[in-house]
Design a binder for this molecule. Sequence first.
Ligand code: B1M
Length: 214
Amino acid sequence: MPEHSEIFNEISELLQKGKARDIVGSVQKALDAGAQPADILQNALMEGMNIIGGKFKRNEVFVPEVLIAARAMNKAAETLKPALAKAGVQPVGKAIICTVKGDQHDIGKNLVKMMIEGKGIEVEDLGVDCDTLHVIEKVKEGNAKVLCLSALLTTTMSVQKEVIDALKEAGVRDKVKVMVGGAPVTQGFADEIGADAYTPDAATAAEVCRGFYA
Ligand code: B1M
């Protein structure tokens, strides 16, 4: 049996049941037992979220169940955050992250944020359903070098293009590197809309983002 698989299964089950309070204890237990934070993320939390995602798709669970699982995921991720950040270095610069207008999904965005922070980059989180003009204002006023845009719906991925177009219109396109991601987003789409980078997952996003501060 792979190392820590028992506690990883326990965490996955708790996530699927939406047991936000219990999951915090189990994540801490896994950390105390020496499990790597990235493994807990990938093999316990993401695993559980994928299972609930499949059930959602097959209409075996509905929005309320997914919401309480999402809440548990966010609680567990908060518990993991210090351990993930420990691997980081001195702050090397600033980035901005948000989920685009019309989109409420924040679990992936939060993971990308945490992993980027783990690389020693300060991240300003503008939240979900983020107004495009607000994003542009933040880029104008701040000194962020990278702008990260998350979109989970086929209907909101086009808003990533809207943001890039608005950056151009405001004359600040060159001020930031734009990174895009989220389940429906592809490299082809990123190329088409003129993004500087597409990454399929949080760990790769953090690596690519760090590369922009080299
Ligand atoms: Co929604 N939802 N949802 N949902 N939801 C999906 C996305 C869906 C695929 C489910 C399905 O039908 N199979 C589907 C989209 C279909 C489509 O567009 N083609 C869908 C739908 C339809 C909807 C609603 C419209 C449902 C409804 O109301 N009828 C509605 C829309 C609300 C809105 O946003 N306006 C809705 C609502 C919800 C909840 C509120 C219930 C909840 C969100 C809670 C929350 O986020 N706080 C929810 C959830 C949880 C999901 C699923 C089940 C899980 C998403 C998730 O968090 N995954 C999802 C099905 C699925 O993905 N299996 C689904 C885990 C997360 C870690 O992965 O976000 O993909 P992900 O992030 C990954 C990568 O994509 C990447 O890194 C992350 C980690 O490695 N990544 C980036 C993400 N952002 C990145 C940015 C980067 C780089 C990488 O650079 C900047």
